[in-house]
Design a protein around this ligand. Structure first.
Ligand SMILES: *[C@@H]1O[C@H](CO)[C@@H](O)[C@H](O)[C@H]1NC(C)=O
Ligand SMILES: *[C@@H]1O[C@H](CO)[C@@H](O)[C@H](O)[C@H]1NC(C)=O
Ligand SMILES: *[C@@H]1O[C@H](CO)[C@@H](O)[C@H](O)[C@H]1NC(C)=O
Ligand SMILES: *[C@@H]1O[C@H](CO)[C@@H](O)[C@H](O)[C@H]1NC(C)=O
Ligand SMILES: *[C@@H]1O[C@H](CO)[C@@H](O)[C@H](O)[C@H]1NC(C)=O
Ligand SMILES: *[C@@H]1O[C@H](CO)[C@@H](O)[C@H](O)[C@H]1NC(C)=O
Ligand SMILES: *[C@@H]1O[C@H](CO)[C@@H](O)[C@H](O)[C@H]1NC(C)=O
Length: 525
């Protein structure tokens, strides 16, 4: 069958691309060690460090831990002098923050701002590489009463930096919630909430004039949670999508394969609406919780691993956004440690990659990207069937794997441990993974005409152990050919359809309806 033979030139091409990718990454990681924001030439990954932790590391141990994990950029929610002192000489770049409760003082007095800069920046710099100051936290949406103080505080702090001749080294900006942007989907129709214009326009003027970024806290997790049934989980988690499941912006025809890119582009379009085209987006927070309560079923270790691992790979892969492929935003992951002292819901205390004592909350799968988080990775990858693909193509690929592909398919025969769930997708996943593992896990070994994808999550379940799984593998029966098809995809489609709750249609939901309309048509046809 011509449709299923492994295309060797394609394999070679993939290998070449992969090699180039890895070389580029290695180069990127080793070549950059700029000492200020303005010298950063490559997008970077940083970690937010919240400190609502009962057994928090000492500042010295914290810095050793950051070095061990090759973390080069961090953001603090204050300007803790002990931590800043410990960072001295470490080459770790840090953004410090002005808590909201200090805005009043700073916004109304140049002297207060001057002494703030002296006390929190000048005495540490440049031994401690302070690269930015984030002023307030989501002020426009969480404490609107302080909005009018925001710009005066920023301006006063900036004046103080100028006086210390540090304004060319250190940026000043203020992080916003994504909710200051209305109609974010499709991104081309996004605009800033006009009620906030009196702050946003002068702020953008300041950012543009000083070459500072627009700081945004962007959470695909919440977009997904508020729109389950419309936003496919794959889309929120940067999982590979078939073209017909990508979101297409009807005005620009740009394809969005993940929610974060769409959110970033919605900010670029919002700025463009106000004629600002030279301010870049810095993602000051994004992440995924690894644990939640009964109302937060998607807050799992597996999803948190997938989101953060894929996020890290994307930033280092420098793929930009559909609107700005040339510009990849740097990102600070929220957050380094679980903050066990934070109040419910449960997810609030579980955004960290690590527990407070620096043991991993879960393992990331980022081994391709060099040394970053090198101590927190495993090499294991699996190959599984892509969701939502044409069943016939899947069946053909499955037949090929168990036939000419010489996969041992005995485990997916009736009565064997991987027979249930009895459907093409799960049988195909088993066969694809088996092929992939025996072929040495080259990415060319996980394609099958586009119906397979590599994942870092172990697909094993119950008594069914997938090839390559770290769980104990079991011995079994004989080689046979593959299996019956089933109506799993039809069930899936039905589930998506039936989960549309008219009563729950919110603003965002309606937007997503429009956004998804083209792909949903394809879905249901
Ligand atoms: C702070 O200083 C700037 C310029 O030096 C000045 O324009 C502004 O009025 C001062 N603000 C206050 C509150 O004194
Ligand atoms: C726009 O901002 C104003 C002021 O914060 C707020 O009252 C209003 O609800 C916002 N509009 C939307 C649609 O979010
Ligand atoms: C942006 O620029 C265009 C063309 O110069 C102008 O027509 C428009 O009014 C400007 N918009 C804003 C919000 O300044
Ligand atoms: C990982 O961490 C342990 C201590 O927790 C350390 O001994 C080891 O060298 C680290 N490995 C890497 C690759 O950094
Ligand atoms: C990952 O695999 C490479 C090559 O197979 C090996 O050198 C490395 O030690 C592995 N890393 C981990 C964390 O298992
Ligand atoms: C196929 O796998 C089973 C265990 O799952 C094993 O018992 C059997 O010998 C294998 N057949 C071949 C031809 O390798
Ligand atoms: C498996 O399928 C191949 C063709 O795909 C066929 O030649 C072979 O006889 C089949 N084996 C069994 C055990 O059915």
């Amino acid at each position: 069958m011509a449709t299923t033979s492994t295309p060797i030139p394609f394999l070679v091409a993939i290998l070449l691309i992969l090699t180039t990718f890895i070389i580029t990454l290695t180069f990127a990681v080793e070549s950059s060690s700029p000492s200020s924001w303005y010298e950063e030439k490559e997008p970077f990954l940083g970690m937010n460090i919240g400190t609502d932790i009962s057994n928090i590391l000492s500042p010295q141990n914290l810095v050793s831990f950051l070095k061990q994990q090759k973390i080069t950029h961090i953001r603090l929610y204050d300007a803790n002098p002990n931590i800043l002192e410990s960072l001295s000489g470490s080459n770790i770049r840090v953004i410090i923050s002005v808590p909201n409760n200090q805005l009043l003082g700073l916004g109304s007095s140049n002297i207060t701002s001057s002494s703030w800069i002296h006390k929190n920046v000048v005495v540490f710099y440049p031994k401690t590489l302070i690269t930015g100051i984030s002023v307030g936290d989501e002020v426009l949406t969480t404490v609107p009463s302080l909005s009018t103080l925001l710009l005066p505080a920023i301006q006063a702090l900036y004046n103080a930096l100028v006086s210390s001749n540090l304004h060319k080294k250190i940026i000043i900006s203020t992080p916003h919630s994504a909710s200051i942007i209305q109609n974010p989907f499709p991104p081309s129709q996004a605009f800033f909430n006009q009620t906030l214009s009196s702050v946003i326009i002068p702020l953008l003027n300041f950012l543009s004039r000083t070459g500072s970024p627009l700081m945004l806290n962007l959470y695909p997790y919440y977009v997904f949670m508020q729109n389950t049934g419309f936003v496919p989980i794959e889309n929120a988690l940067f999982k590979p999508l078939l073209p017909n499941k990508e979101m297409v912006d009807p005005n620009t025809l740009l394809h969005y394969s993940n929610v974060l890119d769409a959110m970033i582009d919605s900010a670029y379009f919002s700025m463009k609406n106000l004629n600002f085209t030279d301010v870049i987006v810095l993602v000051t927070e994004t992440g995924w919780p690894s644990k939640g309560d009964s109302k937060e079923p998607y807050a799992t270790k597996e999803n948190a691993d997938t989101y953060n691992s894929n996020l890290i790979k994307r930033v280092f892969g420098r793929s930009g956004t559909p609107l700005h492929p040339e510009t990849t935003s740097s990102v600070y992951i929220y957050e380094l440690f679980n903050e066990d002292l934070r109040s419910p819901p449960v997810s609030e205390a579980n955004w960290g990659l690590f527990y407070g004592n620096a043991t991993p909350a879960y393992l990331l799968h980022v081994s391709e990207i060099g040394t970053f988080m090198a101590n927190d990775t495993t090499n294991q990858t699996y190959c599984v069937a892509v969701d939502g693909v044409d069943l016939k193509t899947l069946q053909v690929a499955l037949d090929w794997a168990c036939g000419p592909g010489r996969v041992n398919c005995s485990e997916i025969q009736p009565g064997e441990s991987c027979y249930q769930p009895n459907n093409v997708k799960s049988h195909a996943s088993y066969a694809f993974d088996s092929y992939y593992q025996t072929q040495g896990k080259g990415s060319g070994a996980c394609d099958f005409k586009g119906v397979a994808m590599i994942t870092t999550s172990d697909p094993s379940r119950g008594s069914c152990t997938f090839p390559g799984s770290k769980q104990l593998t079991k011995q079994t029966k004989q080689v046979m050919n593959s299996t019956q098809s089933s109506n799993a995809m039809e069930k899936l489609r039905f589930r998506i359809f039936s989960s549309i709750k008219i009563s729950a249609i919110s603003n965002i939901l309606q937007i997503y309806l429009v956004f998804y309309f083209p792909s949903m048509l394809l879905f249901f046809l």
